[in-house]
Design a protein around this ligand. Structure first.
Ligand SMILES: Nc1ncnc2c1ncn2[C@@H]1O[C@H](COP(=O)(O)OP(=O)(O)OP(=O)(O)O)[C@@H](O)[C@H]1O
Length: 835
């Protein structure tokens, strides 16, 4: 549509639309609706499941303003960005209402609780390459957390991205190759390269944090990361028009502080996502947090295990303190349950999108703090002192909010009804005026019924005419002379009187004034609350940590966990270890069989585990990795005792991975993961290898597995567990001092196997693959034939033809029976002898 032929409203629409990036869908406010036009309407209508219509040839669709959140959520979930153009002036006759984009919403920047998962952070990230460095910055706009990090290798950046699981990833249009090297994630979004310019980024960041240089944040020399951070800030402020005042700090993420867990291992170990559903993750086994903030913090801990002994000992000490006082633990958890999402409510308020409910949620949370503080002060837990120092008593502020805001405030902040009666004299007077006015109108109705004798006379109100007197057709004749007719309807006539109009002005005037006054008051109270933003954020941070610690303590209490000894040795001793997730998910009657692990540098740094399929090898490997990881988040363990020399990285190579979808073969994925391990593991790492070399020919596979095991033992010296079906490899234990063989015990009974789930020294004698295949339901004739082939192979012969008579199942259809007979030569009347 050309602007010249467009209506003034459409001209305004086109002007606003032109200023927006093409992919953004514009929600254009028209009265009580948000309308979308042209291509936006065509894209959005099917996603929103609303009808696409046409007005003057222009495709359009719309959603009611009051229900817009749900619709916007649908679009964001579908990966779209949405711009909201609001009316910015009051409607006046003959003049077009002004409109402007108030904000743009995207997956990485939503702040509506309906769109967010409460137990995980929602990150907007940006990546940038400067020289040989790869910079990453990410912000959680809902909490104000803002971090940067730098990497040398794309693979390390991929691991970190996997860990933070950003919803939106910005990159420079000029660095498409970088995003390709990261696997072109679906949530990536190219933006103009100038947003990443070094000078501009530096300017944006120093201005925002009101500092001369960013060195104070520990950012010296992190050019690539700062360019990414600068892009994020400018993208938020200028492209999405968001308020970023609550982002008060920039932190350099020290990846060397954490145990590195590559993307594949994060998924193999099912830390926060699992194929079988959320209840099978390590996080769900540990998560007994009471607040959304605690939930997010614990998730962060699980994905960022620590390498620092002191920090871990601190966490362990605090858990010990909680376990020593179970009543206190219970009390703290009860109090924490009262705490709401302080981080997200405060950031919504500071971005101007919060309402009365947010203030109330904040007050409810802050009110709990004094009791929590008191309980913590009384505890004998020495570790609490540092937490207490950052827990602020803001109960006076909470009381002020409680005294002001009604118990169930409305969603809107401009429609009144937010403040309690008695809070503000002027507001009470205005409200009284409007209540009295309404009473006056009710009285007037009675008076007029009496005066006119029309029993059905009613005084009504609508937004177009205001108050009016409605008279049915039959009674129109009895209407007094001072009634002025305003409108004729199907059923009768509508009138006004001078007296009614005068009162209407008073009522409506006082309602308008009271709404305006309430809004003004709300903004004032919000401003006051926000002057305490830093204290609120700090308090929220402490509550998150306390909640996570309580969650770990509660889990330890419920499942009888033990405190592991942590140190800087290269030991990994576990007595009676249980798989933390399986242990909690067993159905009644099942029992998890505990197992030991002995790994140390001199005599047992590489453990080879053989044993039948299904015996429990994988479980044992994962369990060892998970217990180590749990120890390094400070948790107690499902063991009778454990000593864990802290690891720097945990590598796993387990089963087929999702990369198959990206077109890589099983074998290729397996080899990529193995290469990553051999190239990066150190003597402080823990390596878990489950069946290397399966996806290729037996001899190739065996040779690769063999040399990988040798390399791990001879050159890397990491603590390693290696499960394999290649029994030949167990010979390594004879030539290598620190290789030890273990097997998973089974009992053979009546040609069946019974799994004992116990890990014992020595190597397995057989694979029992055929017995397991029978358990899986392979047809009996196939099983019998497999046994024959196996016997011949083991004797060093080529498998000969079958000697067994193949029974024909009675239930097979005639056609199949015939085919079987033909195969056996029966139809030809011959007796076929095999072998
Ligand atoms: N210690 C244990 N106690 C109780 N049940 C266990 C134990 N270890 C394993 N299991 C159960 O046994 C099943 C098989 O275990 P797992 O997958 O570890 O076997 P596997 O030896 O790795 O088999 P494969 O060689 O076929 O991959 C699992 O479903 C698990 O629930």
């Amino acid at each position: 549509m050309s602007d010249a032929s467009a209506t003034p409203m459409m001209k305004q629409y086109l002007a606003i639309r032109r200023e927006l990036p093409e992919d953004v869908l514009l929600f254009f406010r028209l009265g009580d609706f948000y309308e979308l036009f042209f291509e936006d309407a065509k894209t959005a209508a099917p996603l929103l499941n609303v009808s696409l219509t046409k007005r003057n040839g222009v495709p359009m669709c719309g959603v009611p303003h009051h229900a817009s959140t749900g619709y916007i959520a649908k679009l964001i979930k579908a990966g779209k960005r949405v711009a909201i153009a609001e009316q910015t002036s009051e409607p006046t006759p003959g003049k077009i209402v002004e409109r402007a984009v108030s904000q743009i919403l995207s997956a990485g920047t939503v702040n509506d609780l309906n769109l967010l998962e409460s137990n995980r952070a929602n990150y907007l990230a940006a990546v940038f390459r400067a020289g040989k460095k790869l910079g990453l910055a990410y912000v959680d706009l809902t909490t104000g957390e803002f971090e940067v990090a730098e990497f040398k290798e794309p693979v390390d950046l991929v691991d970190e991205l996997e860990r933070i699981q950003a919803s939106e990833l910005l990159h420079s249009d000029e660095q498409r190759d970088l995003i390709e090297a990261l696997g072109s994630p679906a949530y990536a979004l190219g933006v103009e390269g100038y947003l990443f310019l070094e000078d501009q980024a530096d300017h944006a960041l120093t201005q925002h944090f009101k500092v001369k240089s960013l060195d104070g944040f520990g950012c010296q020399g992190l050019t690539a990361a700062l360019c990414a951070a600068g892009c994020i800030l400018q993208y938020l402020q200028f492209q999405l028009r968001r308020n970023v005042d609550h982002i008060q700090r920039l932190r350099v993420a020290q990846t060397s502080d954490f145990v590195l867990i590559d993307a594949a291992s994060q998924s193999h170990l099912e830390l926060v996502t699992a194929r079988g559903g959320a209840q099978h993750t390590l996080l769900s086994a540990l998560d007994r947090t009471c607040t959304p903030m605690g939930g997010r913090k614990l998730r962060h801990w699980v994905l960022h295990p620590l390498r620092d002994l002191d920090q871990l000992t601190d966490r362990q000490d605090m858990i010990a303190g909680l376990l020593a006082e179970p009543l206190l633990l219970g009390q703290l958890r009860t109090l924490l349950k009262e705490v709401r999402d302080l981080e997200r409510t405060s950031s919504r308020l500071s971005q101007g999108s919060g309402n009365g409910r947010d203030l109330l949620a904040m007050a409810t949370s802050l009110e709990v703090v004094p009791s929590l503080k008191m309980a913590m002060e009384e505890a004998r837990n020495s570790g609490f002192e540092r937490l207490l120092a950052h827990l602020h008593d803001l109960s006076a502020l909470a009381a002020e909010i409680q005294a002001a805001i009604v118990d169930e405030p409305p969603m809107q902040i401009k429609e009144g009804g937010v403040f309690r009666p008695g809070y503000l004299t002027e507001l009470d007077e205005l409200r009284d005026a409007s209540t009295l006015g309404r009473q006056w109108i009710a009285d007037l109705q009675n008076r007029e019924i009496e005066r006119t004798g029309i029993k059905s006379l009613k005084i009504k109100y609508n937004a177009v005419f205001g108050y009016f007197i409605e008279i049915t057709k039959a009674n129109v004749g009895a209407v007094p002379a001072d009634y002025h007719r305003k409108q004729t309807t199907v059923n009768g006539e509508r009138y006004i009187t001078d007296e009614l109009k005068r009162m209407e002005d008073k009522i409506l005037g006082s309602e308008e004034r009271s709404k305006a006054l309430e809004y003004e008051e709300f903004v004032g109270l919000r401003g006051k609350v926000l002057t305490h933003l830093a204290e609120i954020q700090e308090t929220a941070g402490v509550l998150a940590v306390l909640d996570s610690l309580c969650s770990l303590a509660e889990t330890a209490r419920l499942f009888n966990y033990t405190r592991p000894v942590l140190n800087d040795t290269r030991h990994l001793f576990i007595r009676d270890g249980r798989h933390p997730v399986l242990d909690q998910n067993l159905t009644s009657g099942e029992r998890f069989v505990p197992n030991d692990v002995t790994l140390e540098p001199e005599e047992s740094r590489l453990i080879l585990i053989t044993g039948p399929n299904m015996a429990g090898k994988s479980t044992y490997l994962r369990q060892t990795a998970l217990l180590t990881l749990m120890a390094q988040i400070g948790s107690y363990l499902p063991v009778t005792s454990a000593e864990i020399g802290l690891v720097d990285r945990i590598f796993t190579r387990i089963g087929a991975s999702d990369d198959l979808a990206r077109g890589q073969s099983t074998f290729m994925v397996e080899m990529n993961e193995t290469a990553l391990i051999l190239n990066n593991a150190t003597e402080r790492s823990l390596v878990i290898l489950d069946e290397i070399g399966r996806g290729t020919s037996t001899f190739d596979g065996l040779s690769i597995a063999w040399s990988v095991a040798e390399h791990l033992h001879d050159h890397i010296g990491a603590r390693a567990l290696f499960a394999t079906h290649y029994h030949e490899i167990t010979a390594l234990a004879q030539s290598r001092s620190a290789v030890k063989n273990y097997n998973v015990a089974v009992k053979e009974w009546n040609q069946q196997i019974i799994f004992l789930r116990k890990i014992l020294p020595g190597c397995a004698e057989k694979s029992y693959g055929i017995q397991v295949a029978r358990l899986a339901g392979l047809p009996e004739n196939v099983i019998e034939r497999a046994k024959e082939v196996l016997a011949q192979l083991e004797a060093g012969h080529q498998p000969a033809e079958s000697v067994t008579e193949v029974p024909v199942p009675t239930s097979v259809p005639a056609k199949v029976k015939k085919a079987t007979r033909v195969a056996r030569g029966e139809d030809a009347g011959q007796m076929v002898l095999f072998g």
